[in-house]
Design a protein around this ligand. Structure first.
Ligand SMILES: Nc1ncnc2c1ncn2[C@@H]1O[C@H](COP(=O)(O)OP(=O)(O)OP(=O)(O)O)[C@@H](O)[C@H]1O
Ligand SMILES: [Mg+2]
Length: 307
């Protein structure tokens, strides 16, 4: 497999603080890779290094076969980037914004209107074409910003939280566009805090405190969850949590609506759990939130075990 992005112990420090810590990441050509992790985990810092706009402190990264430090200009010319704080020109219309960016990217004048038409149609902003960017709703602003970022048909697209602050319907439509671009052969790296979006990625890179804790498909991550996830419906669940947490085979215990959700070491423990609580546990399929909580706890306990 050829990789659109490959990093080797890529790190970035700000003073004494390490924002990205020895990142080893591989993203294949044509993949949609989701960057997930809590606030401050290092997702945007990693993206900015991969775009060639922030120098690494140490380590190496190749993006589209180019070195991020030595060949950052070549990278910048070949990628699309929509930052967390994207900028549109508020006093220009939708079409004028696209026309402006077409100029910035050096798209030949004879090709411009065809490209802009295609982008307006892909982003679903035909009816808004003559509106000022300032008067667009957040969802449409987002789509226009994406349109501007991909106007030059880049082979690799970085989208840093492109759907924050937009409605669920708009987010779903936005992700349909992302998947359409990937189907056309583009590689996409997209950071998000939304689990439904993460589920739609080919691969997930999960970050915490600058470290990459997992890199795999959502299905594989679910299979790799150590233990067995169960639901328990107890009469007084709140009081039961400390009792359940003290059991040696219970790894996690949390509330989900009126039920308790438990991660136990294996399915063999389900009988013991039924005997102790008097209620039969129901086995659940883990979702990404279960997986990430477990990864965070694993990292915590590994840290505690260090001398
Ligand atoms: N220019 C900078 N100077 C100092 N510290 C910085 C700088 N940029 C980022 N950081 C710090 O690096 C850490 C990682 O930040 P980053 O923006 O990469 O996180 P993130 O995963 O994108 O978070 P979020 O989900 O909130 O967007 C944070 O603690 C942040 O304060
Ligand atoms: Mg960020």
């Amino acid at each position: 497999m050829t990789y659109a992005v490959e990093t080797f112990h890529l790190s970035r420090k700000f003073g004494g603080f390490t924002a990205v810590d020895k990142l080893n990441l591989k993203v294949g050509t044509g993949e949609v890779c989701g960057f997930l992790g809590p606030n401050g985990a290092g997702k945007s810092t990693a993206i900015r290094m991969l775009c060639g706009i922030l120098k690494p402190s140490s380590g190496k990264a190749e993006v589209l076969g180019f070195d991020v430090e030595q060949e950052s200009e070549k990278i910048k010319a070949r990628i699309g980037y929509m930052s967390q704080k994207f900028s549109l020109y508020n006093d220009l219309t939708v079409r004028e914004n696209l026309d402006f960016y077409a100029g910035v990217y050096g798209i030949p004048v004879r090709e411009r209107s065809k490209r802009i038409e295609a982008m307006i149609s892909l982003a679903g902003i035909k009816d808004e074409e003559k509106m000022l960017a300032a008067s667009l709703s957040p969802g449409f602003k987002q789509r226009l910003a994406l349109g501007c970022a991909i106007l030059a048909r880049p082979a690799l697209i970085f989208l840093d939280e492109p759907t924050s602050g937009v409605s669920p319907t708009a987010r779903r439509q936005f992700f349909n566009i992302i998947q359409e671009l990937a189907a056309g052969g583009a590689t996409i790296i997209v950071s998000t805090h939304f689990m439904d979006e993460a589920e739609r990625c080919d691969k997930i890179a999960f970050f915490n405190q600058g470290r990459l804790l997992a890199l795999d498909s959502p299905d594989q991550l679910a299979q790799d969850l150590p233990g067995c996830l169960v639901k328990l419906d107890l009469p007084d669940p709140f009081k039961q949590i400390p009792v359940l947490e003290a059991l040696p085979f219970v790894k996690e215990c949390s509330f989900h609506g009126p039920s308790l959700r438990l991660l136990v070491t294996s399915s063999d423990c389900m009988g013991d759990l039924a005997r102790i609580t008097g209620v039969k546990p129901v086995r659940l399929v883990p979702n990404l939130e279960d997986i990430f909580i477990n990864l965070l706890h694993q990292q915590d306990s590994e840290r505690r075990e260090l001398p």
